[in-house]
Design a protein around this ligand. Structure first.
Ligand code: KG4
Ligand code: ZN
Length: 340
């Protein structure tokens, strides 16, 4: 009989605008497919109604491709893992209903995975994975969270954002600068050619480990509004990289401040960065320097696993199945799910 550690898991992720499926076998990632939805680019942000309709169109092909690339068929699948929340309600329902249908028809367990927990498990996709306990920073377009991961499945949320998510701040500021969506990678690219000391944007510093990015976003707006309209286009053309570098350095400092304080307060030995914004080169450099200076180990998944993907959902399920955590078919989508 197959031991739990050999189980072949099909993971499904549809919480936002990426339709994703992955196969994990015995804890090893065999295939990972992510279909992004470029249709949101022209609106400068994700349109929930369009996202869920696109998931409907994509989900079967994406799941089939993940199976084919892993050279397996549905009859080889031992469990179905799926994101149940947090995320966009309509988008979650597409993945969840698809996963439930597969689970019921194949007669295999369903494992509902919290999307944030999935991001935490993205550092377990590839070796080496961090030892417990570790601090995990999850920074994406939808979330900013600092989590003390004490043991497998045991987390304490130390801090969250009080307003915008880190990626949301990048995206909104990029929009103000006239850059295409999603703006994070654009700002990152331009910042590498600019002067971070060109303009000092104010840094928010809250008590505890919470984050706030709305102030720095608004200060960019005021800064741009201070330039006469007739000159603005020219000004942006001339100073774009410097503005990006200055904004990015403010955001990176604001992300690093609670993280470094928490690392010292918890006397932690390892830090993990996950979520789309952890692909940011300024953040990676700052975290690497902090870890090096303080003798800590840093774990950052490869960029494709930092973004939303199903490999992290199937990997989380592999760990959950090891302690026999499965979900009933009555599992419902929870757009505001918190990390238990
Ligand atoms: O994890 P993710 O794919 O989706 C969510 O769960 O939100 O993260 C997407 C976010 C977007 O806001 C995008 O602008 C940001 O991650 N992002 C970056 C970079 N790459 C992606 N932000 C800053 N620098 C980057 N290199
Ligand atoms: Zn995410």
């Amino acid at each position: 009989m197959m031991s739990r550690s050999d189980q072949l898991i099909l993971g499904i992720e549809t919480s936002c605008d990426d339709t994703a499926a992955a196969i994990v076998s015995g804890g090893r990632l065999i295939s990972s497919i992510v279909s992004s939805q470029p249709l949101h680019d022209r609106y400068g942000g994700v349109v929930p109604e369009l996202a869920s309709r696109d998931h409907q169109k994509n989900i079967v092909t994406v799941a089939r491709t993940a199976l084919r690339e892993a050279s397996v068929t549905l009859s080889d699948v031992d469990a179905i893992a799926v994101t149940y929340g947090p995320g966009l309600a309509g988008s979650l329902l597409v993945g969840l209903s698809f996963a439930k249908g597969l689970s019921a028809s194949l007669g295999v367990p369903l494992v509902g995975v919290n999307h944030i927990e999935g991001h935490i498990y993205s550092v377990f996709i590839d070796e080496p994975s961090p030892p417990f306990p570790f601090l995990c920073l999850i920074v994406s377009g939808g979330h900013t969270m600092l989590v003390h991961v004490r043991e497998e499945g045991q987390h304490e949320v130390l801090g969250t954002t009080r307003d915008d998510a880190a990626g949301e701040a990048f995206d909104k500021v990029a929009k103000m600068l006239g850059l295409p969506y999603p703006g994070g990678p654009q700002i990152d690219r331009l910042a590498s050619q600019g002067n971070p000391e060109f303009h000092l944007f104010p840094r928010a510093r809250l008590d505890g480990y919470d984050y706030s990015f709305s102030g720095v976003k608004t200060s960019m707006l005021y800064f741009l509004n201070g330039i006469p309209k007739v000159d603005r286009r020219r000004y942006l053309e001339d100073n774009m990289s410097d503005l990006c570098a200055s904004f990015q350095s403010a955001v990176v400092e604001m992300i690093m401040d609670p993280l470094s304080r928490a690392a010292r307060d918890t006397r932690i030995q390892a830090i993990a960065l996950t979520g789309g914004v952890s692909a940011n080169s300024g953040l990676r450099d700052a975290a690497a320097t902090f870890c090096q200076d303080n003798g800590l180990d840093l774990y950052v998944p490869e960029p494709s696993y930092c973004m939303d993907n199903a490999a992290m959902i199937a990997t989380a399920a592999h760990h959950m199945l090891a302690v026999v955590i499965t979900s009933p078919l009555t599992l419902t989508a929870d757009p505001a799910a918190t990390l238990a």
